[in-house]
Design a protein around this ligand. Structure first.
Ligand SMILES: *Cc1c(COP(=O)(O)O)cnc(C)c1O
Length: 383
């Protein structure tokens, strides 16, 4: 068990459900990334959509990372947290005119465009604002990242990015427009990727694309390989800091960067997931006919990953002192059967009032919280 977390168990009046963030682990994770970066051409942007707690954002901004936003709201949050406009990139398949205008007026570093149609709109908004705008083209490299089908994004058949077939016309649109300046190519093949193989294949795809375009005289200032590095949801305390060295090494080894070319990464989950836990109190122990249920005061309104993707999170009882173990289904109070955090979970004998930690919840947890069933949003505390 995480020490900072077990210290919470001695706070009987703790208001729950609440997200607890281990800021020391966040700092160590950020430092590990900085130390693992093999060259000055590597730049890390934090994908805000994983977690937007202001304290977390400002720590990451102070570390010198850039920001990857997927909405006008996230662009504002990044600015408020201290990221410089030039270090903010803006991605997303459905950018509104108002969001594009916001990015243009703030002079953000780059728009990662996802379609030819969007490029035309960005060019038009840039003309109206009389400001030249940097764009990168998000290419769909058709790579199976072997992750959950809801979070694989690099296959030809999904909505993200520009297919290889349409890349040619997208590049022409950019090079011919007086309002767009071509910054580079952008890729993001999926999330919770736990082997390096998909990244090695991505490097090869990028190398051949670069060779192809170099022969036509088109060179890119930067290559952005997105994010997606996975974490260990089963054993969050074994290696709480992902192996960033192995990850960067794949790109260092297999990607042929051109002289002076920058390589950008957009990491979300791997930076913030392990530092966060959702802490909840046991409301009832319900003895069913075949199962014993632990009914928590947290539900999918606080952490939707298990209900949305069948995601697994380690569940711990941080207050029980019992040596006896029992097997439970751990569920929330929401009126939906999918409101289940885990089935057949072995825990120390559990009672009403115990505190339960749902681990590795720092990414895609609080940001997806909602108020269904008239519930309040979970709080946050930092240790
Ligand atoms: C979600 C997303 C990321 C971050 O993904 P993680 O799996 O959290 O690292 C990076 N880039 C883009 C374009 C994204 O949509």
């Amino acid at each position: 068990m995480n020490n900072a977390l077990s210290a919470l168990a001695s706070q009987p009046s703790l208001a729950t459900p609440v997200y607890f963030y281990d800021m020391d682990l966040l700092d160590r994770t950020i430092n590990a990334i900085r130390q693992a970066i093999p060259s000055d051409s590597f730049h890390v942007h934090y994908a805000l959509k994983a977690n937007v707690e202001p304290l977390i954002l400002s720590r990451i901004a102070q570390a010198g990372f850039g920001a990857d936003s997927v909405s006008g709201g996230e662009i504002r949050m990044a600015l408020d947290a201290g990221f410089r406009p030039a270090d903010i990139v803006y991605a997303g398949v459905g950018k509104t005119d108002a969001e594009i205008d916001l990015g243009i007026s703030l002079e953000i570093g780059c728009f990662n465009a996802e379609s030819v149609e969007e490029l035309a709109v960005i060019a038009e908004r840039a003309r109206l604002a009389a400001k030249k705008v940097s764009v990168a083209l998000r290419v769909n490299p058709d790579i199976d990242a072997h992750t959950h089908h809801y979070i694989t994004t690099g296959l030809a058949e999904n909505k993200f990015g520009i297919s290889m077939e349409r890349l040619e016309s997208a590049l022409q649109l950019v090079t011919r427009s007086e309002w767009l300046s071509l910054k580079g190519l952008h890729f993001h093949i999926g999330s919770q990727i736990t082997t390096m193989e998909p990244y090695r294949i991505l490097c090869e795809r990028i190398n051949s694309l670069q060779h192809h375009y170099a022969s036509k005289g088109i060179l890119f200032d930067s290559i952005n390989v997105g994010g997606g590095l996975g974490i260990d949801y089963e054993h969050p305390d074994a290696e709480p800091i992902p192996d960033f060295a192995a990850y960067f090494n794949v790109f260092d080894r297999y990607l042929e960067l051109r002289p002076g070319q920058e390589l950008h990464f957009e990491l979300g989950r791997s930076i913030v997931a392990q530092c966060g836990s959702l802490v909840s109190r046991v409301l009832y122990m319900k003895h069913g006919l075949e199962k014993d249920f632990v009914i928590l005061d947290a539900g999918f309104t606080d952490l939707i990953r298990p209900a949305l993707y069948g995601a697994h999170h380690l569940i711990e009882n941080i207050s029980s002192r019992s040596d006896r173990k029992a097997v439970y289904d751990v569920v929330g109070p929401i009126c939906e059967s999918s409101d289940t955090f885990g089935e057949k979970i072995e825990l120390p004998e559990t009672q009403r009032g115990d505190l339960i930690a749902i681990r590795s919840a720092g990414a895609y947890g609080s940001v997806m919280a909602m108020q269904y069933n008239g519930r309040q949003l979970p709080g946050a505390i930092f240790g």
